[in-house]
Design a protein. Structure first.
Length: 146
């Protein structure tokens, strides 16, 4: 077999439709476009998404989903169960000591203590925010919240 012997499989290639080449071709006269109207004209198609003059769906929907609260305050979250493993009895828990222990990234970050886990040590907690369960667990263990 040589290159000049190669040919496509029978039926795999079709000739393009040549419209407007006489009535004998079956596509003469109006060239398959019908008589009158938008579809018969040159350039007579509308853009994708055109809805007949109605405001298109892409314009009716908002550009971005949801809502951003610009006054939201982000907290670094720590659970009381983690404090129990990190601190000794009588220690002070604040942003600086949490930063030193690698719990939070920045000492200036706002810290919130949540109530997941058990607390057995007496701790003094000085953070920006506490959940109600965290406060009760700290006080039940003999600690104080400042």
């Amino acid at each position: 077999m040589q290159l000049n012997d190669l040919s496509p499989a029978p039926g795999s290639r079709k000739d393009r439709k040549r419209v407007g080449r006489g009535h004998g071709s079956g596509h003469g006269g109006r060239s398959g476009r019908g008589d009158k109207g938008q579809g018969s004209r040159a350039g007579g198609t509308k853009a994708p998404g055109f809805e007949g003059g109605q405001t298109p769906l892409a314009m009716r929907l908002p550009k971005l989903p949801g809502f951003t609260n610009h006054w939201r305050q982000e907290f670094d979250v720590v659970n009381v169960g983690r404090l129990d493993g990190l601190y000794a009895d009588g220690d002070v828990v604040d942003a600086a000591t949490l930063k030193d222990k690698g719990v939070i990234k920045s000492a200036s970050a706002a810290v919130k203590v949540l109530g997941d886990g058990e607390l057995t040590k007496k701790l003094t907690v000085r953070v920006d925010k506490l959940s109600g369960t965290a406060r009760t667990k700290i006080e039940a263990a003999g600690g104080t919240v400042e």
